[in-house]
Design a protein around this ligand. Sequence first.
Ligand code: IYR
Length: 228
Amino acid sequence: MGQIIEKEINGYPHIIYQHPQQENNSVDLSAEYLCRTKSRRSIREFSNKEVPREVIENIIKTAATSPSGANKQPWIFCAVSSPEIKSKIKAAAEKEEKINYDQRMSEEWKQDLEPLATTWQKPYLEKAPWLIIVFKQIFTYSSSGEKRNHYYVNESVGIACGLLISAIHHAGLVTLTHTPSPMNFLSEILDRPDNERPYLLLPVGFPENSIYVPKIHKKPFQEVAQFY
Ligand code: IYR
């Protein structure tokens, strides 16, 4: 008898689940993914080499596979390649960052950032071929205009951004998780609706030739994992 692949549970259609990789090689697969992932670094110096829109679409589609509270998918990924819009974003971000570095950040915070050599200037916001601005949707509107709840919005969008960053790296590109603060200027420049809040800004592209990154280390495994 053939396998039933569809059935109703709770009155809703369900389909049988099959993982595409059914061979028993999880050790090799996990080691391979670790190896590929370890080479990821946050990059602040971008080449202006073009990145095809299809790559950006694939990266966003990958992020959009993410799990989310009640599968509400409370996110939108805005991809900007327009030089005019990138310039507006750079100007607004630098205005806020200058105030941050001059007035809002504590001495301890500035000291913590010294190894990263960051400043209020953000040339990558113009130079990178793409900016992806992730907005969280704190609620949504039904087709009849009623407010509908979203759940675990920060967790959901955070997980989706993790997948996004991984997809960017695995496409041979680089990014930076940039969080200008405050960042409501992004809602204004991109004319986003009132149910959305900016969450993360990621310049995406190829790295500039011969660049240096800080020699920093991830915590040793013993410090980040505890087995019981
Ligand atoms: N947002 C500022 C400062 C900054 C803060 C942290 I925490 C970093 O890890 C890096 C930078 C900036 O982008 O310069």
